[in-house]
Design a protein around this ligand. Structure first.
Ligand code: URA
Length: 193
């Protein structure tokens, strides 16, 4: 991975459910043309301290490679900086961040946007889109569109890789995966152009 950009002043407390646990910072070069924003770190990301290194990250890596986008050239981060979960026995089950969680972490995200200053932000799923655009976005309806985003950085909308992992039907999964690769290729073209 690339150097992390130093962020997150110590004077900002974590969300109540994340107290005492280190946040998972974004990674990638300042000045990256593309900045990917996911939902929140998952179990593996929380343990490793790096974004998108678990199952969703592996799928993202594969799709980026097929789209001809070099992950190392991109900045990769999350809307929410801690893993939100409920413990059931030994397992830590993902919990979707709510509007309060998104609002809590939004200043951190905007600080990253300011420091990275990407040509294009890519919202991976509804939570990222809400965090970047400040409102709920019907992601399946608007995917592939570019909307005016924060600090004058445009936002490209696409699905979250976990959405693809959860699809039960193999044909639909293949089809949706191909559309995701197309979206990433389009985002790469947009950022290059
Ligand atoms: N899902 C996310 O949104 N971000 C990660 O870092 C991992 C999984």
């Amino acid at each position: 991975m690339n150097d992390s950009i130093p962020l997150f002043p110590e004077d900002r407390p974590a969300a109540a459910w994340a107290e005492g646990r280190p946040f998972v910072p974004g990674e990638g070069p300042a000045g990256a043309a593309l900045m990917f924003v996911g939902e929140q770190p998952g179990d593996e990301e929380d343990r490793a301290g790096h974004p998108f290194v678990g199952p969703a990250g592996r799928l993202l890596d594969r799709a980026l490679a097929e789209a001809g986008v070099e992950r190392g050239d991109c900045y990769v981060t999350n809307a929410v900086k801690h893993f939100k979960f409920v413990q059931t026995g030994k397992r830590r089950l993902h919990q979707k961040p709510d509007a309060g969680d998104i609002a809590h972490y939004r200043p951190f995200l905007l600080q990253e946007v300011k420091q990275v200053a990407p040509r294009l932000l890519v919202a991976l799923g509804a939570t990222a889109a809400q965090a970047l655009l400040g409102r709920k976005i019907p992601i399946l309806k608007l995917r592939g569109e570019v909307l005016p985003g924060p600090l004058e950085h445009p936002v490209f909308l696409t699905v979250h890789p976990s959405f693809l992992l959860r699809l039960p039907d193999p044909d639909l999964k293949r089809q949706e995966y191909a559309s995701f690769v197309d979206d990433l290729r389009e985002a790469g073209r947009h950022a290059a152009g």
